[in-house]
Design a protein around this ligand. Structure first.
Ligand code: GS8
Length: 221
């Protein structure tokens, strides 16, 4: 139960937001109970733990809920601060990391959704915007190993789950991310060498199957 001591994550397998929390917990080596939610019929625990947004992920730590994935990742970094720091210690670098994580939050999911949900000119506009977003992120990455430099950190955690969806974006938008942002694709492969990421992300084809079920549900075919 959530009132017990310990860590529980209310989540949904394909959610890039939930995957952020899973990757952060894995980086820190935190043991937790994973609870898959049925988003069509949310549990009482989810409704009680996130009464404002009623969304996953929710991290429940010693009975206390923490909502919103980036806030959850920061919380995890604060509580388990002895291992694998995710945010840099320098205030300016911390602000930069938060800026880019926020950019991913505001842009990638929304634009990706338009890419699979819309058709014709609207879909073309989403594709153009997605290419711009990815190229901005690619410029920010530059020739660094990870977004923050040599160590895997906050921006990587915020963005890497969306690479799971790249194949779906490419298939729906009929373009190649490798062609428009090759450094991002190489970065994603590097991140996949980490156990925390490899065990969390799904086969992109499985994500695409999920996108196809969403398309059917929303009558986009
Ligand atoms: C977004 C979470 C979210 O969209 C965060 O945690 O960062 N800003 C939040 N969760 C979705 C599933 S992933 O698409 C969700 O719980 N949806 C259920 C609903 O909207 O009813």
């Amino acid at each position: 139960m959530a009132s017990e001591k310990g860590v529980m994550l209310l989540d949904y397998w394909v959610s890039p937001f939930g995957q952020r929390a899973r990757i952060a917990l894995a980086e820190k080596g935190v043991e937790y109970v994973y609870k898959e939610e049925n988003l069509g019929q949310k549990s009482e625990l989810l409704l009680k733990s996130n009464p404002v947004h009623k969304k996953i992920p929710v991290l429940i730590h010693d009975g206390k809920p923490v909502c919103e994935s980036l806030i959850i990742v920061e919380y995890i970094d604060d509580v388990w601060s002895d291992k694998a720091p995710l945010l840099p210690s320098d205030p300016y670098q911390r602000a930069q990391a938060r800026f880019w994580a926020d950019f991913v939050d505001k842009k990638v999911y929304d634009c990706g959704t338009r890419l699979w949900k819309l058709k014709g000119d609207e879909q073309e506009a989403a594709k153009k915007e997605m290419i711009e977003i990815l190229q901005l992120l690619e410029a920010q990455l530059g020739d660094k190993k990870y977004f923050g430099g040599d160590t895997f950190g906050f921006i990587d955690v915020a963005f890497i789950p969306f690479t799971n969806w790249f194949y779906s974006y490419e298939t729906c938008g009929n373009f190649s991310i490798e062609e428009v942002a090759p450094k991002l694709v190489a970065w994603a492969k590097r991140c996949m060498e980490r156990e925390s990421v490899a065990k969390t992300l799904y086969d992109p084809k499985k994500v695409y199957e999920f996108v196809c079920t969403l398309k059917k549900r929303f009558g986009v075919e």
